[in-house]
Design a protein around this ligand. Sequence first.
Ligand SMILES: Nc1ncnc2c1ncn2[C@@H]1O[C@H](COP(=O)(O)OP(=O)(O)OP(=O)(O)O)[C@@H](O)[C@H]1O
Length: 242
Amino acid sequence: MLHMQSLAKVYRTEMVETYALRNFNLEVKAGEFVAVTGPSGSGKTTFLTIAGLLEAFSGGRYELDGVDVSAMDDDARSRIRNQKIGFIFQAFNLIPDLNVLDNIEVPLRYRGMGAAERKKRATEALARVGLSARAKHYPAELSGGQQQRVAIARALAGEPKLLLADEPTGNLDSSMARSVMDLLEELHRDGATIVMVTHDMQLAARAQRNVHVIDGQVVDLAAELRMDPALLQGQSQAVQMP
Ligand SMILES: Nc1ncnc2c1ncn2[C@@H]1O[C@H](COP(=O)(O)OP(=O)(O)OP(=O)(O)O)[C@@H](O)[C@H]1O
């Protein structure tokens, strides 16, 4: 489903050049639930942003659902993004002035889907996350856990090939976090492909597979820790320009 080979992402400012990702290799197969962990600044969000076709990368190759997206321009990338990817963010990112059902319909509007089909898909997605009774509520009338479930319904409504979650329980207390994780596990059992970025190792342990990132690279965590137990504290490298 997702195949990254020798991917690189360099951020350049006047003073420094930061390799957020370097020689980044990862393959996620259809139906997998993968958690990506790593210390602050290791490149997790950069990886997710590129995986979700929100940003271009500096080198290497990325294949999504069998399509090489490496050389695509912004328009082509956003078309594929709208069709194939569902996002779940830490901050939910619901629109406060729209009710729950209308929020779920937003990405379907971007696809140019007709009103009747949008409503049908949004209603089904809301039922999927167990919140049918809240269709007409506004985000502020819901708990954090319920808002995240709505955001998951919004991600699901487009029937994406790949669900990308960035710290999906980061803004939730532990019982709400558990229920959101229960939902992700359930979606995975039903066949969804999920890649979740988190710094929470306990949460990550509930995924099917863990991938650890240090200094912009996927590492074999067990082997690295045997060599240097302090590695978990590592930061990404900022290289001074000459
Ligand atoms: N727009 C940017 N411009 C310059 N440097 C950036 C930019 N975005 C990220 N970086 C740098 O790239 C590196 C990786 O950042 P990234 O946000 O991907 O890490 P992270 O693992 O998600 O961190 P955290 O867990 O703290 O969110 C960091 O050194 C960061 O400072």
